[in-house]
Design a protein around this ligand. Sequence first.
Ligand code: FAD
Length: 309
Amino acid sequence: MAVLVIADHDGSAVRDTTHKTVTAALALSSDVDVLVLGKGAQGVADAAAKISGVRKVLLAEGDAVAHGLAEAVEATVLPLAGNYDAILTPANTDGKNFAPRIAAKLDVAPISDIVEVVSGDTFVRPIYAGNALETIQSADAKKVITVRPTAFAAAAEGGSAPVESVAAGEAPKTAFVSEEMVKSDRPELGAAKIVVSGGRALGSAEEFHAVMDPLADKLGAAVGASRAAVDAGYAPNDYQVGQTGKVVAPALYIAIGISGAIQHLAGMKDSKVIVAINKDADAPIFQVADYGIVGDYKTVVPELMAALG
Ligand code: FAD
């Protein structure tokens, strides 16, 4: 069995979601290749070659694959698909965009968001907003799988795989127009070791930033938010943690004024240590919290800031 991992990268570095997907791939086979698509992505390919356990890296360079258009990814992957029994990619925005397309073209069912590899054809994935785990067996000859990165440890560095060029596909019916990237000095929400998240209790955008930003800066944390806080305009959309936001599993997650609705828990309950600050002792967030502080964030957060020095 041979497996192809489609790498996740930012144009200059491989994201650790790729390392985690390689771990999932290695649970399927020891023949794991990584495909890097991009423009000027030689450095990314070289970095991918250093991931332990990778057999070889395929580099597809070109304008058409510079922006991760699903049609171009598909056109690059399909000619290679005959060499592989499984194609894996992280279950992030890009992977969720192109994996179903590749699966449809291969006439197989995509297997999404796996958290465990049981065997070559059997996988575990969360359903009902993470409230239940489903074990599924696929009879398809070729598997197209998205991997939930937070469920797998990152493959170590230390490999020295060869890098080979492959043809980049074209996307004749789709053109990249523009993108707006959010610039931040803080760690990326999905990869941060500490996340501080604010909820509806914060009451306004001004209050949200006045409370959350200094705490995040003190802890070197990323800032997240509940959907209620995002919908109310207190925090930008890309802060949202949960079923319809980002799935995070940092070492420390601090939830401030968040009730702990099931859809929010779906995005953070695998965090290693969860701290909740909520004035309602019956808030569901306390059921998943390792440390719970029942109190008004207006007094608790300043005390926390003072204690942090
Ligand atoms: P609330 O539920 O209103 O909770 C606010 C909390 O703050 C309360 O517990 C209250 O006791 C506490 N509080 C108030 N004042 C203070 C104070 N001064 N000090 C301390 N505590 C205080 N939600 C997400 O977060 N992410 C998602 O991805 C998501 N996806 C969804 C998808 C679907 C299909 C649906 C239907 C819903 C989704 N939701 C999601 C919404 C979710 O159901 C909740 O509505 C939302 O998470 C509530 O946000 P909240 O906890 O900030 O607000």
